[in-house]
Write a protein that binds this ligand. Structure first.
Ligand SMILES: [Zn+2]
Length: 393
């Protein structure tokens, strides 16, 4: 099989420009050229994809993601994680962080091991770029859909074991800064090369500032499961909106955050401080029905994923391609900014921005080719077609 791929005729989204009638040439899993079709032609023996009428974006990277296609990253071992990596291709995602929820220490350790076992350099699957440990050191009053039995105060012995077992693969950890020892843990995470993310928290403004001072660089799903915006009692969300140096995760499904609040957050944070996530559960991509999330039964109706009470939001069924189209619709993001928040900013958080996250010569050929309604036409992973609408690859 040819190791050359040429995507011709599409609208190509690079970091600085949208190239109409563009061409992306890929060879040996890398991007060899991206620019106007006037300036380059497919090399002989290239597999050619006609992208006329379509948009070529960098493959999406989801840094807060629990599962897809019926599998949760914590539920079905390494085989389940491998299935998840393949399922994600349908949504234009070419990389992700396996994200845990509050659980017993042994379960978190096992998920770290399973994630390592499931790593997949040579498969047509989204790349596992590491882990996001969401909890267990979070505030039970703001637990969202996390199981209360798994939640506890910061424990340094446990964290050291997790860091050792993961050997550099933990990229983000969500922690509530008001818990005893949390600020010290934030400093320790930062030293260990982990991005500390504040969330599932009732921190007041001063505690949020202390967390930022200690090294917190992110906020876990801004507005959701955190103290909010009040003019006399500004909570964590207020601090995240107002303070520089803290990047806000946004679940852009129109359910978790009202579309106009997405627009407000975008005005406050801008492209260097907002990142699109899905927070998707095992129910991503399986349609309406009832499913298991950890120890919980959940219910899916359209874009709404709740506990069985039908009210408490329980993660989401959002996909990255929909997050992008919603961000454009809700906040008026440009395609270039959407690519930044869905690919480049996450690549930076995962420490892979030198080789992923944008359509630039020399980077990995991980791409999403989207139809005009933002449904996924093709997903290219390591220079090969890993997913194509209606075709089993
Ligand atoms: Zn989550």
């Amino acid at each position: 099989m040819s190791n050359r791929l040429a995507i011709v005729g599409g609208k190509v989204v690079t970091p600085n420009a949208i190239i109409e009638d563009g061409v992306v040439l890929c060879e040996d899993a890398k991007i060899k050229f991206a620019g106007s079709s006037k300036d380059a032609e497919p090399e002989p023996n290239s597999l050619i994809i006609n992208a006329r009428g379509k948009t070529v974006m960098p493959g999406f990277i989801d840094t807060h993601f629990h599962g897809s296609g019926g599998d949760d990253v914590m539920a079905n071992g390494a085989e389940g994680i491998k299935r998840i990596s393949r399922a994600l291709l349908k949504f234009g995602a070419t990389g992700y962080l396996a994200t845990t929820i509050a659980a017993r220490h042994e379960e978190l350790m096992r998920t770290v091991e399973d994630t390592i076992t499931a790593e997949n350099d040579n498969e047509p699957a989204a790349a596992i770029l590491g882990l996001h440990i969401e909890g267990p050191y979070i505030n039970p009053k703001f637990k969202g859909a996390q199981p209360e039995w798994g939640i506890r105060d910061p424990n340094f012995d446990e964290l050291n074991q997790l860091l050792d077992a993961a050997a550099g693969r933990i990229k983000i950890m969500t922690i509530a800064p008001e818990l005893p020892g949390a600020l010290e843990m934030i400093r320790m995470l930062k030293r260990a090369g982990v991005e500390p993310s504040v969330g599932h928290s009732e921190a007041d403004y001063d505690t949020a500032l202390a967390a930022i001072e200690a090294g917190a660089t992110r906020a876990t799903h801004l507005f959701n499961a955190m103290s909010g915006v009040h003019h006399r009692k500004p909570g964590l969300a207020s601090a995240v909106l107002n303070e520089p140096g803290i990047c806000a995760e946004m679940i852009c499904d129109g359910v978790h955050v009202h579309p106009r609040m997405v627009a407000l957050a975008w005005k406050a944070k801008g492209r260097d401080a907002m990142t699109l996530i899905t927070d998707a559960t095992a129910a991503q991509g399986v349609g309406d029905g009832e499913y298991t999330l950890g120890d919980f039964q959940i219910r899916v109706r359209g874009p709404l994923c709740t506990l069985m009470d039908g009210v408490t939001i329980a993660g989401s069924v959002l996909t990255m391609n929909r997050a992008v189209s919603n961000a454009i619709a809700f906040a008026g993001m440009s395609l270039i900014d959407a690519a930044h928040t869905a690919s480049m900013a996450p690549a930076m958080a995962c420490g892979v921005a030198d080789r992923k996250g944008s359509i630039v010569t020399g980077k990995d050929a991980d791409l999403a080719i989207l139809n005009s309604d933002f449904s996924v036409s093709h997903t290219i992973r390591a220079g090969a077609v890993a997913y194509q609408t209606g075709v089993a690859v």
